[in-house]
Design a protein around this ligand. Structure first.
Ligand code: AHR
Length: 504
């Protein structure tokens, strides 16, 4: 199969906000406890945080981490996680039917963020709580001192405010499963008044209002229209979530699903434009895609655990998807979709980061390793910064009943003018044919190929485990070549490819 791709230096989509490559840590399962925090672990630092996990997070160069939930946040009291650890209360977490020890709170998490070189994106509880608790939390986190909450922060050991700019106004408030679920009208009003109060403290905050939990929600996309009708001029982003499944073991259908994602983004971009016009507003609202991933491998196991609802365990294994090779391709296509819509999607959070549907897995007291999906996220986060380029793609495709036609080759391209490189992220969805790529680089003067990496495997179900952590990993491809008008490369069937070129 031949595939032609043309990029031109001046045909750009948008500058990419580096926060497109963010992630998420929720107080659930083993994300925090025995994930990032395990005081008895051989690699634990003086704060009880695992150094082996920190090293892997640093590798990913994660720009922002959303915290502390998720469904968890909708019944969370942030005050439970401050002050002397031995005095912190144990609470029942209604979302995941577990016990929360509160041994990690905002102080411990922010220190961890500093250590791994990331920023905090904080979510407030608009399920069981409201404006007052949100403004108290904001004062605790961002006010220098001289007020009750800011002085309490200082007493608790943090002199300087954290100055967190990015705040989520609740989580998935459209979901009937959410503690304190609301209608779009109820939530829109509350979100607006909360945003107003938060801006009375600091008008320059970046605020994220809840959109739909997926494009399969009954209330989508009316939810977005109603919520934005209430909040448009008070917020900066609307949050979207989506998780991908392949219960049917239908590789072709599964890999076509990034088109559903693209349609979702297009629709919400349309709703944003509609409300903007309706309000005669001059400001823009963008999308924060702050939960996305593959999530289905662990569902049966978790249904059994959660259906029993026996007891309230501390940090039980939950949502521990063992990712396979096929998921590398899916995550590669999802990231391409975000890059190709970088004009409207500014923030993205791979959900989640450690143990819970995560690129990094740990064993309590034992190893930490990279899941298969670590790698497409790694390449996009490290090399997908700069300007997203438009692609003219000329390539055959296939049709699925539900989704329609998708091209066999999925691609995105990012020009980094600062370091003089251009990076290509490619997935071949074809199950038996290689894609012979002819890539025209218009307006660029290519010098050398810096990286040519491939992720491929004959078994789509293969996973990385503690005993075989490198079953799936990038290898040197080394068949990409420069010449004529650009680049040629042969992309193996069902493979992920990353090519980076140095420009003159
Ligand atoms: O990421 C796991 C869960 O998925 C989050 O708690 C919730 O927001 C979503 O439904």
């Amino acid at each position: 199969m031949r595939a032609g791709i043309t990029v031109h230096k001046d045909y750009t989509i948008s500058e990419i906000d580096p926060r497109l490559y963010g992630s998420f840590i929720e107080h659930m399962g083993r994300a925090v406890y025995t994930g990032i925090y395990e005081p008895d672990h051989p690699t634990a630092d003086e704060n009880g945080m695992r150094d082996d996990v920190k090293a892997l997070v640093r590798e990913l160069d994660v720009p922002v981490v959303r915290y502390p939930g998720g469904n968890f946040v909708s019944a969370y009291n942030w005050e439970d996680g401050i002050g002397p650890k031995e005095e912190r209360p144990v609470r029942l977490d209604l979302a995941w039917h577990t016990s929360e020890s509160n041994q990690v709170g905002i102080h411990e998490f922010s220190k961890w963020c500093d250590d791994v070189g990331t920023e905090m994106m904080l979510a407030i509880n608009l399920g069981t709580r409201g404006i007052n608790e949100a403004r108290n939390f904001l004062e605790y986190v961002n006010h220098p001192g001289g007020s009750a909450w800011s002085d309490l922060r200082r007493e608790n050991g943090r002199e300087e405010p954290w100055n967190v700019k990015l705040w989520c106004l609740g989580n998935e408030m459209d979901g009937p499963w959410q503690t304190g679920h609301k209608t779009a009208e109820e939530y829109g009003r509350l979100a607006y008044e909360t945003a107003k109060a938060m801006r009375q403290f600091d008008k320059d905050l970046e605020l994220v209002v809840c959109g739909s939990s997926s494009s399969f929600m009954q209330t989508y996309p009316e939810w977005e229209a109603t919520v934005l009708d209430h909040t448009y001029d008070a917020v900066d982003y609307i949050s979207l979530h989506m998780y991908f499944e392949n219960h049917e073991k239908d590789t072709a259908g599964y890999l076509a699903k990034s088109k559903v994602l693209a349609n979702y983004i297009d629709t919400v971009a349309g709703v944003i434009a509609y409300v903007k016009s309706k309000k005669r507003s001059k400001k823009d609202v963008y999308i924060s895609f702050d939960e996305w991933n593959v999530w289905y491998h662990s569902k049966k196991r978790d249904e059994a655990t959660l259906a029993g609802k026996e007891g309230w365990p501390f940090a039980p294994p939950l949502l521990e998807d063992d990712y396979n090779f096929e998921d590398v391709l899916q995550v590669g296509c999802i990231l391409n979709t975000f890059i190709n819509r970088a004009d409207v999607v500014k923030i993205g959070c791979l959900a989640q980061l450690v143990n819970v549907i995560a690129p990094i897995m740990t064993e309590p007291g034992g190893a930490a390793w990279r899941q298969t999906i670590f790698y497409p996220y790694y390449f996009a986060s490290r090399y997908g910064r700069g300007t997203a380029l438009k692609l003219a793609l000329d390539c055959p495709g296939y049709t699925t009943e539900d989704i329609g036609e998708v091209p066999y080759v999925d691609a995105s391209a990012v020009h980094n003018a600062e370091d003089g490189t251009i990076s290509f992220f490619l997935v071949n969805r074809h199950q038996s044919e290689a894609a012979e790529i002819d890539l025209a680089l218009e307006g660029f003067d290519a010098d050398t190929i810096l990286d040519d990496k491939v992720i491929a495997h004959s078994d789509v179900d293969i996973t990385n485990t503690a005993s075989a952590p490198d079953a799936v990993k990038p290898e040197d491809a080394a068949d990409a070549a420069l010449g004529g008008k650009g680049l040629t490369a042969s992309i193996a069937p069902l493979s992920y490819r990353f090519v980076r070129i140095k420009l003159n």
